[in-house]
Structures are given as C-alpha cells and as structure tokens.
Design a protein around this ligand. Structure first.
Ligand code: GLP
Length: 242
C-alpha cells in the first residue's frame, strides 16, 4: 500500500508502474495492459500521454483489454467505455485501435458477448498490469458487492448507488444503463499484477474495507488480499480510514 500526499503523486507512481511494464520486454513481446475507465486512473493516463509525447515512451505493439462495458449503448456512444478509453488514452498513444479490446455492449445477446470476451482474454494470455479503480461500495470493474470471488466475465445489474455515481457522465440520470458486462473477480485475478488507485475522502471507507477488512464478496476489492502481487496507490484522503 503506497500512500502519497496528492492524487497527482498517485498518477505519477501508477504511470511509473505501467511504463516499466511497457519498456520491460523486447519489442516482439509487448505486454497486455488491463485498462480501467472512471476518473481514478485519469491522472496516470495523462502522465503516460505526457511521457509518450515528451519522452518518446512507446506503446507500439501493446494490447489493451478493458475491464467492463455498459450494455445497450450503441457502438461509438461517447460514454461507452470503448469510446472513453480511446478518448482518454489509447487514441493519443501509438496503440493500434484494433489492439484495444472490450466487451461488446451492443451485441444482440449480451450473455454471448460476455462469454466471447472471457475467451478472448484467455486466448490472449495473461494481463501484465491490471489498472483498477474502486467504487464507493468496494466494487472493482462492475463487480458489485455479492459478486462471486471466482466469477468470470458476465452480465451484471448495477446497484442504484453505482448508477447515481455514474450519472454525472450522462445527460439525465435515467440514461445510465442498468446492465453491464464486466470481467469477473476470477478473471481480474489472473492478471500478473493488480494496481488499484483511489483518491479522495469518498473512497476512504471502501479502501479500508478492501485493504484491512475481511476477504469477502461484500467488498469485491478485498480479492486483492489473496493476489500474489497487488499494489494499492492512494492519496492521504483515501487512506484516512486505514
Ligand atoms: C466505475 C467503473 C470502475 C471504476 C469505478 C470507480 O463504475 N466501472 O471500473 O473503478 O466505478 O469510478 P471512479 O474512478 O470514477 O471513481
């Protein structure tokens, strides 16, 4: 657990970990990154874009896999996570668009789309670094409290709290989709390194439950405790209840 004074400091440290993974292997063997949307990783993404532009950090050949996606938003909808990650990260880096993967939320059968995504992840091989935010209720990806600790990619129903939390991204609160496709806790756990970041007092209770509470489906982020390589990078406000 790394506690730093500000969210900007967290962004730099998260970017350091991702940059190290990207530069580690020879070019023929570029890593797969697990990408999260939401506001938590945005400062880290901005820092990676800065390093790409100013320091020549290259992402050529890197593949990205999203954690989750809304069900029912048409392809290209500005708030689909596929569009968000493009806008906030990958379109500005030298990552080919065809190397960025996410669940197909516009598929006529979301159950099929979920299974297909799990298979694509399995075929791709392990994610080197999985970036994670945390919901105020302890969710990771869209694994709401009660999610099986060994779950795989599947369709989930959002809690009202999560829909309210995400309403700021939509014109009207009722526009927030009710269903999502999310990597499961078991899927996420296959990544070689879990890198969770959070900032602000609103996340303090969830962070404390995830890091110091029991391993329980009631706090999905507590699965980090049984992962062999998990790093939590938080600012002082988010660490206040530790
Ligand atoms: C969202 C996403 C998660 C994200 C979390 C926190 O609903 N599905 O991947 O980590 O909630 O969001 P934020 O970082 O905006 O606080």
């Amino acid at each position: 657990v790394v506690i730093l004074p500000t969210a900007e400091d967290c962004g730099r440290v998260v970017a350091d970990v991702i940059a190290a993974a990207v530069t580690a292997g020879p070019d023929g063997n570029r890593p797969t990154l697990g990408l999260a949307t939401g506001s938590s990783p945005v400062l880290a993404y901005r820092e990676l874009i800065r390093r790409h532009r100013e320091e020549g950090l290259s992402f050529a050949g890197v593949r990205g896999f999203l954690l989750d996606e809304y069900v029912g938003l048409p392809a290209g909808h500005p708030e689909s996570y596929r569009s968000v990650i493009r806008r906030e990260l990958t379109a500005t880096l030298d990552i080919a668009d065809s190397d960025v993967h996410g669940p197909d939320g516009a598929h006529p059968d979301p159950l099929v789309a979920a299974r297909e995504y799990e298979l694509r992840l399995l075929e791709n091989g392990p994610v080197a670094v999985q970036v994670l935010g945390i919901g105020a209720n302890g969710h990771i990806g869209f694994n709401e409290p009660g999610s099986s600790l060994t779950s795989v990619t599947r369709v989930k129903t959002l809690t009202e709290q999560t829909r309210r939390d995400n309403a700021r991204f939509f014109e009207r609160p009722e526009d927030v989709p009710r269903h999502v496709i999310t990597q499961g806790l078991g899927t996420i756990g296959r990544a070689q390194h879990l890198l969770l970041t959070a900032s602000g007092a609103r996340k303090a209770a969830a962070v404390a439950a995830a890091v110091e509470g029991p391993l329980t489906a009631s706090c999905p982020a507590s699965v980090l405790q049984w992962h062999p390589h998990a790093t939590v990078v938080i600012d002082e406000a988010a660490a206040a209840r530790l």
